[in-house]
Design a protein around this ligand. Sequence first.
Ligand code: GLN
Length: 389
Amino acid sequence: MTAPRLHPIYAEMPVTIFEEMSGLARQTGAINLGQGFPDGPPPPALLDALARACAEQSHQYPPMAGLPELRRAVAAFYARTQGLDLPPTSVIVTSGATEAVASAILAVVQPGDEVLLFSPAYDAYAPLVRRAGGVPVFVALRPPLWHYDRAAIEAAITPRTRALVLNDPLNPTGTVASAADLAMLAELCVAHDLFAICDEVWENVRFDGHAHASLLAQPGMESHALKIGSAGKIFGATGWKVGWIVAAPQVAAVVGRAHQFLTFTTPPMLQWAVAEAMDRPDIAQSCTARWAETREHLLEQLTREGFALLRSAATWFTCVDLPASGIALDDRTFAQRAVNEAGVAAIPLSALWEGANAPTHIARLCHCKPEAMLAEAVDRLARWRDRTA
Ligand code: GLN
């Protein structure tokens, strides 16, 4: 029997590693330290705001670019926390950061354009670039520090290079680009007229005491960059799927045209609640403070059980060096066996790497969980390692 031909990019694609590992965790009852999401409800003030919005506000289509109140609150949040001077018209609200990435790529990439991606790269970038007709060109970051190598980036730039995607802070490593990295990337973007799509969803999940600095804020980048943020990450409500792009108003307007034919709008009651929470600095700060504790807890437990960790300063994740932790398995085998045999789901870092020389010795664990759950997970991993070593 013949069937209509579907697009090979999707027809030949497996489900994401996050979906796969969460599915296995559900099936086996394993503790899920794979896909990144907090266990437990978001801040009560956010839920109160949502309940009020549900009762009092319209449930019909909000404006395509987002509620004016949320666009203003996002601009004010960035003025307060990152010193960015952006009018509300520079903000387009999207249904999550992944939709923001898709809108940005659709608005920037034309067939034949090359787009620089840094490995490890979040799994959505390359397929979206390809679906837009572009060609992803990978520049590898190397463990353990994952720094940006100017020579390697310059070597990857050709006359067809149109854009780069920068994920900073970086998922899955939890590392942060240095001030020198940002200055270097900005210089290259301006010199080669590249557009930077900056996925900064982890901007508020930093544990090094520094305020996040955006590539968008670098000299010359107002016209060369857009930045993507996520309420799900700021407030620990990943299922809400409220994100945004910010850029110079004329750039934001064009990305808005891509957004209007993807999801068009984002549920208004969620936007009202996020707008209210963004105006209260204490809510976002208390989320970050809570995750600093869960992170400390996971790091302590892992270290006590002899797991070797890579250095990180941000995100809900920490990376374990498997061989240095006494686990002589590649990361994919480890992840499969750990979920089935130890009862703990993790993410193999090489699942977020395309091309040659993928590091296969690193697994990512999520820390934004109750302390008892983290303790139990580490205990299970340690006992399993000791049984199987
Ligand atoms: N950002 C999440 C993570 O890295 C995954 C989101 C998703 O599953 N699409 O774990």
